[in-house]
Design a binder for this molecule. Structure first.
Ligand SMILES: [Zn+2]
Length: 310
């Protein structure tokens, strides 16, 4: 990947006479070259049977359009992940439109900073190779068979809209995508598409769902970094991390009302480039929206910026 997080994991799953592919990499020339080499080399003996896209982020489905068209295979996704991908692919203003600028302005940024964070042009469209016209739905509670393995489909919100995860109970093998990562905390962000949304609340409830369905000793295959085997401990740590951030926000807002831009450095202490700042800002807002939804904070919307107070 051409970002600070420099790689994404894709999984090529034995599908009997062929291979099923879970996630695809970002849609750029370098990744296309890697796929061409894989298809002509190690994967050339058997056909690709399908592409499974875990969620709409371009590092995961960037090459899905190219692969499904080149190989004439279907794309499996959850409905809302497919529709949001289509929204970003086809809506010219999805990334740099007025609604995104007004989200940043409302929560404390001046014009210049908002413009800098949004950047120029449509970065999502630059990072994907289009989408097929249709898809096959994966839904929480479904089962899918890939080769000799039966996978239970789990979906969960927070990191994206309704991210797909696959659990093979017989082999105790869990493809978790970006919902739980071993080193970094998955980004949990409010989006301009749903400015009052509560992605952190949806994420925390997804963590409880995973702990209920998947055993603590499952072998976990994530979307970034390495496989791991302490799923429940890792989830406990992630939940504690977000609860600690909420407490930091609560303490600040008990002293005086704060807008989101003022709260951000309390949660993200290192210096951030504009790209990192956009994630830090919308993740801070996710914590505030969660606390507002829980009744722990409320918004004061009368000033130039919305501020949160306890
Ligand atoms: Zn992601």
């Amino acid at each position: 990947l051409p970002f600070a997080l420099d790689h994404v994991n894709i999984y090529i799953v034995d599908d009997g006479n062929g291979w099923a592919i879970v996630d695809t990499g970002v849609g750029d020339d370098r990744t296309e070259t890697a796929w061409r080499e894989l298809l002509a080399g190690p994967l050339s003996g058997r056909p690709i049977t399908c592409i499974i896209g875990t969620h709409y982020h371009p590092d995961h489905i960037g090459m899905a359009g190219w692969l499904t068209k080149t190989l004439s295979v279907p794309l499996y996704m959850s409905e809302s992940e497919f529709l949001i991908a289509q929204h970003f692919e086809t809506h010219r203003g999805a990334v740099d439109g007025y609604h995104r600028r007004s989200l940043y302005r409302r929560h404390g940024m001046d014009e210049d900073l908002a413009a800098g964070v949004i950047g120029k042009g449509h970065s999502y469209q630059r990072l994907i190779t289009g989408l097929p016209e249709n898809f096959i739905r994966l839904e929480h509670g479904n089962n899918v068979t890939i080769g000799g393995r039966r996978f239970e489909v789990l979906t969960g919100g927070g990191h994206s809209s309704d991210q797909v995860m696959l659990f093979c109970r017989d082999d105790n093998l869990f493809l978790v995508a970006d919902q739980v990562l071993p080193r970094i905390t998955p980004n949990i962000s409010v989006t301009a598409l749903e400015p009052l949304g509560d992605p952190l609340g949806r994420y925390l409830s997804s963590m409880a769902t995973i702990q209920r369905i998947v055993p603590p000793d499952a072998v976990v295959l994530p979307g970034h970094d390495w496989p791991f085997a302490d799923l429940h401990d890792r989830i406990d740590k992630l939940v504690a991390h977000h609860r600690a951030r909420c407490e930091t926000i609560a303490q600040a807002c008990r002293l005086r009302p704060h807008n989101t831009l003022e709260l951000m450095p309390l949660l993200f202490r290192r210096s951030l480039d504009l790209h990192q700042l956009s994630f830090a800002f919308t993740e801070t807002l996710a914590h505030v929206n969660y606390m507002v939804a829980a009744g722990d904070l409320h918004w004061i919307t009368s000033g130039p910026y919305w501020t949160a107070t306890a």
